[in-house]
Design a protein around this ligand. Structure first.
Ligand SMILES: C[S@@+](CC[C@H](N)C(=O)[O-])C[C@H]1O[C@@H](n2cnc3c(N)ncnc32)[C@H](O)[C@@H]1O
Length: 411
């Protein structure tokens, strides 16, 4: 007989997953959350212990829940019309524009079939020797490991999807391996689509982000699309899944029929609102572009005074986190106290300091910080993305404070 689970625990689990991934609540499978929670309880952990761990978005339990919620369904040359559009329209246009190299990004690549399909498509569409590269990113590290192995079974090759360009060779019983030339120009890195893309990843001429945003809340979807647009070179194309944008995103125009869900970033001199600024959220990722990264030229106004902007709360917060990692809790505590004084509305700072107090056993000192966090978070729209080391919605902070303030009742 299965034991009834504390609903607060499951609610919190969903809340954490939704905050990290951007998923709508109804896109998170309840069974997946239950399975993880039951496994932890079966290991002898208490509900209060689990709730305590879920105050930390980077905790192992949060990671396990996120992995359980992600859906990695994919196959080669899925939505073939996008690859045809790239080969027949996108590449010839970019070559006419004088692009010196072509770069593609499969954003939310799962186990890599989309990234390799894009690489094969680009390789077959450019003159011999022309520089091409593709990056595949995903939140799910195990999927990326599969992608890097580059060996696939029959499930990745659907009858419904044509094999448009040379992509793989037979390598064993019902197994195929990606062709060396395609593999050479494709690399993979972990990346959350709610985070701004680190500058070293560069800009792209073709971005595929399909069957990913369909799980996202409206706010998360808009934030992710703005970041994707930002990563496009002028003239570059963004391809979304069939129902993943109900309007033309800012900074791009529609290309082709509406059902193609393809958007082009306008070039300099073309009349368009600038792409919205990305959210400052970085993760340390190992990715070295194969091609030199093309950066937009910075035009400095003449005789502009050299103004050094003050560090943002998120930067100060990151510095405090570095001290925590080095074990210098005292210094971190001083830095966070000063941060909370300077920026009392910076929710991640309030949470960090409260958790630091809790970890040092000073619950009385943590309580007022958590109350301040709750009252400030309550004033924001629940889906408002709050900048910090990780962009999380206001409801995450409110729920964190609630969970903490209610912990006593569970212990
Ligand atoms: C259904 S697969 C789609 C794969 C491929 N794009 C395709 O269309 O075949 C969705 C992928 O998006 C990834 N994903 C979901 N949320 C994400 C996020 N916030 N950041 C990065 N990847 C995410 C999942 O891990 C999963 O591998």
């Amino acid at each position: 007989m299965s034991v009834e689970l504390d609903p607060r625990l499951l609610t919190r689990a969903r809340e954490v997953v939704s905050s990290i991934t951007g998923f709508r609540d109804d896109a998170i499978a309840p069974e997946a959350m239950e399975r993880v929670v039951r496994t932890e309880l079966a290991r002898g952990r208490t509900p209060a212990d689990l709730l305590g761990e879920l105050l930390y978005p980077q905790s192992p339990l949060s990671g396990t829940l996120v992995r359980a919620a992600l859906v990695g369904e994919t196959y080669f040359f899925r939505q073939a019309e996008h690859f045809r559009c790239i080969a027949q329209v996108g590449v010839p246009t970019a070559l006419r524009r004088g692009a010196l190299a072509l770069r593609g990004w499969s954003a939310g690549c799962a186990s890599g079939e989309e990234a390799y399909s894009l690489a094969a498509c680009l390789l077959a569409s450019v003159p011999h020797g022309y520089p091409v590269e593709v990056m595949g990113t995903d939140l799910h590290e195990a999927s990326l490991e599969t992608a890097r192995r580059a060996t696939y079974g029959t499930w990745s090759r659907r009858e419904s999807a044509p094999r448009l360009f040379p992509l793989y060779q037979e390598s064993g019983e019902r197994q195929v391996t990606i062709l060396p030339a395609v593999r050479r120009i494709t690399s993979f890195a972990q990346h959350n689509l709610l985070a701004s893309l680190p500058e070293r990843f560069g800009q792209f001429d073709f971005i595929l982000c399909r069957n990913v945003l369909t799980y996202f809340s409206m706010t998360a979807r808009e934030a992710a699309i703005a970041l994707l647009v930002r990563a496009l070179n002028p003239g570059g194309l963004l391809f979304l899944g069939a129902v993943e944008a109900d309007k033309v995103p800012a900074g791009v125009v529609r290309e082709g029929a509406p059902e193609l869900q393809t958007f082009r970033r306008l070039g300099p001199g073309e009349d368009v609102a600038p792409a919205p600024a990305p959210r400052p959220l970085e993760r340390a990722l190992e990715f070295k572009p194969i091609l030199p990264v093309r950066r937009p030229k910075l035009v400095m106004p003449e005789q502009a005074p050299a103004v050094v902007p003050p560090p943002t709360p998120a930067r100060l917060h990151l510095q405090a986190l570095e001290r925590i990692e080095e074990g210098d809790v005292e210094r971190a505590s001083t830095m966070l106290e000063s941060l909370v004084r300077q920026a009392p509305d910076y929710l991640p700072g309030l949470l960090e300091l409260a958790l630091l107090r809790e970890r040092s056993g000073a619950r009385e000192a943590a309580m007022p910080l958590m109350r301040a966090l709750r009252s400030r978070a309550e004033r924001l729209p629940p889906d408002h993305l709050v900048d910090g080391p990780e962009a999380l919605p206001a409801r995450f902070y409110q729920a964190s404070a609630d969970a903490y303030l209610n912990l006593g009742a569970l212990e």
